[in-house]
Ligand binder design. Structure first.
Ligand SMILES: Cc1cc2nc3c(=O)[nH]c(=O)nc-3n(C[C@H](O)[C@H](O)[C@H](O)COP(=O)(O)OP(=O)(O)OC[C@H]3O[C@@H](n4cnc5c(N)ncnc54)[C@H](O)[C@@H]3O)c2cc1C
Length: 457
């Protein structure tokens, strides 16, 4: 526990806020996007500078506490009750340098902040589907862009510099020559608190993208057609398909309110006519309830998936799939189709491949290269619904296991998985895991950074 005297001493060392449970502002700093995984830290430091982060880490070390970091708050597997929670929103900034096509962020801005800053510059980041996700949390896990991933690889492939505070309280500058550069791109929050990142942007201002919402009752006909078509797409085109049971919310267009749909997502980085020609076989499947595919600014990329924009309570799981055979699809249809009792809001398949299979310029800890597809599903509900949702997600994974790979996209690991050494080692692959372990033991021997998918001996 943290005593009042400790807090007085800590307050004297930091210029940002130091907040104990119950104090005004505490709950705002300790928020999570997933309302099923609340944080309940011993104390919060809302850092306003890298020096505040250093003081907070040293305070944790002196008091035998862990250190947790909250960015966008999407994956907090641990309530951090014996930890100092460091938040960095007071440090948030995004600076774009068009000449060098570089973005520099400080703190933990969300992707929408970067999209807003790049809007009009003709440049785009390799960001994910949800603009609410934190830039740092995404990049530390690799980061798979559903629009630029197949043409440009993982988000972390384009990171050029990371500034961070390690467990000894020192501020490190990590570039390609540093031994931490390998580990940071994939090890998530295991090695320290990142205070700034620089990464390359790409010359993309508009894309041809959006979604086709088709009646869910037609799933058995649509899914094989989608798979056969997805396998023909060039790298500049990307697609995923989601079987969705949408809520009856008034902010959805009327045909989608409370509807059961097959949502085919599509994007093409290039000429709109060519994009439309590529999408034609899916449009030919028949009239969509809604067709949102058209020319759009890259800054609006979040509209393609339309992930939840506000915090919700949810349970999620994912797996990597080596292939999508007819049997795989039939299994999925049985699990999530019109005749199932599926309680999940969304069951998604992302087609991967292209540059996502190619090695980065410098070795990293991202282990999902070579996976053909990702399966990702989530269900929305409070604590009373969570056991049922978790059981259904586990059943899905169990039934899809014959086609699954042990490796997975690291950013999609949910709070409900990756909790043991064996599981994490299989996800990273033993070779990468052993290398991560060596770095972890050197830079964080006391395992201060443990409120995450923890790399353990
Ligand atoms: C709706 C939705 C859509 C998504 N779409 C995609 C997608 O398209 N592609 C993809 O790759 N991923 C996707 N994700 C997964 C997402 O990228 C990860 O969950 C990511 O780790 C979330 O980061 P965060 O900062 O928002 O969450 P947080 O829970 O705040 O952080 C996640 C982890 O990163 C660590 N972390 C965050 N900031 C720092 C920091 N400054 N220093 C050290 N550690 C830090 C945290 O400690 C935590 O362990 C999606 C997730 C959701 C919920």
């Amino acid at each position: 526990m943290v005593s009042a005297a400790d807090v007085v001493a800590l307050r004297a060392q930091v210029s940002g806020q130091v907040l104990l449970p119950g104090e005004p502002g505490h709950d705002i700093e300790a928020f999570t996007f997933n309302l099923l995984t609340p944080l309940n830290p011993a104390v919060v430091v809302a850092a306003s500078s890298p020096q505040d982060v250093q003081a907070a880490v040293r305070f944790a070390a002196d008091n035998a506490l862990g250190v947790a970091v909250r960015g966008g708050g999407h994956v907090q597997p641990d309530p951090a009750s014996s930890a100092v929670l460091i938040t960095l929103d007071a440090m948030n900034s995004v600076v774009i340098e068009p000449e060098t096509r570089t973005a520099r962020i400080t703190g933990t801005p969300r992707w929408q902040d970067v999209l807003d800053a790049t809007s009009g510059s003709g440049l785009a980041p390799v960001c994910g589907s949800a603009p609410t996700v934190g830039v740092v949390g995404y990049l530390l896990g690799g980061g798979q862009s559903p629009v630029l991933g197949r043409s440009h690889g993982y988000g972390s492939d384009h990171v050029t510099r990371i500034e961070m505070v390690t467990a000894d309280g020192e501020l490190q500058v990590v570039t390609a020559e540093h031994e931490l550069f390998f580990a940071l791109r994939g090890s998530k929050g295991n090695l320290g608190v990142v205070t700034a990142v620089e990464f390359t942007l790409f010359p993309v201002s508009e894309i041809y993208g959006g979604g086709l919402y088709l009646p869910g009752e037609r799933l058995a006909e649509i899914l094989p057609a989608w798979r056969d078509w997805a396998e023909t797409l060039p790298e500049a085109a990307s697609t995923s398909v989601a079987i969705q049971r949408l809520p009856p919310l008034p902010d959805l267009p009327p045909p989608l309110q409370g509807a059961f749909v097959v949502h085919i997502r599509f994007s093409y980085v290039g000429d709109a006519g060519q994009g439309a020609a590529l999408l034609a076989p899916m449009r030919d499947l028949g009239p969509a309830l809604i067709d949102t595919v058209g020319v759009m600014p890259y800054a609006a990329v979040g509209a393609i998936h339309s992930d939840p924009a506000l915090p919700v309570p949810y349970c999620d799981r994912s797996i990597g799939l080596r292939e999508l055979s007819d049997q795989t699809l039939n299994t999925l249809i049985g699990l999530a189709g019109p005749d199932s009792d599926c309680p999940l809001a969304s069951v998604e398949l992302r087609a991967l491949g292209g540059a996502l299979d190619r090695p980065p310029a410098q070795a990293d800890a991202v282990s999902s290269r070579g996976l053909a597809y990702q399966w990702f599903a989530f269900g929305v509900g409070g604590p009373e619904d969570a056991p049922g949702l978790r059981a259904y997600l586990a059943r899905c994974i169990d039934e899809l296991t014959p086609w699954a790979d042990e490796r997975r996209l690291l950013t999609f690991l949910s709070p409900d998985e990756g909790g043991t050494r064996d599981e994490l080692s299989a996800i990273y692959g033993p070779e990468v895991y052993e290398r991560l372990l060596i770095v972890k033991q050197k830079y964080d021997p006391q395992n201060m950074f443990r409120s995450n998918h923890n790399i353990l001996a």
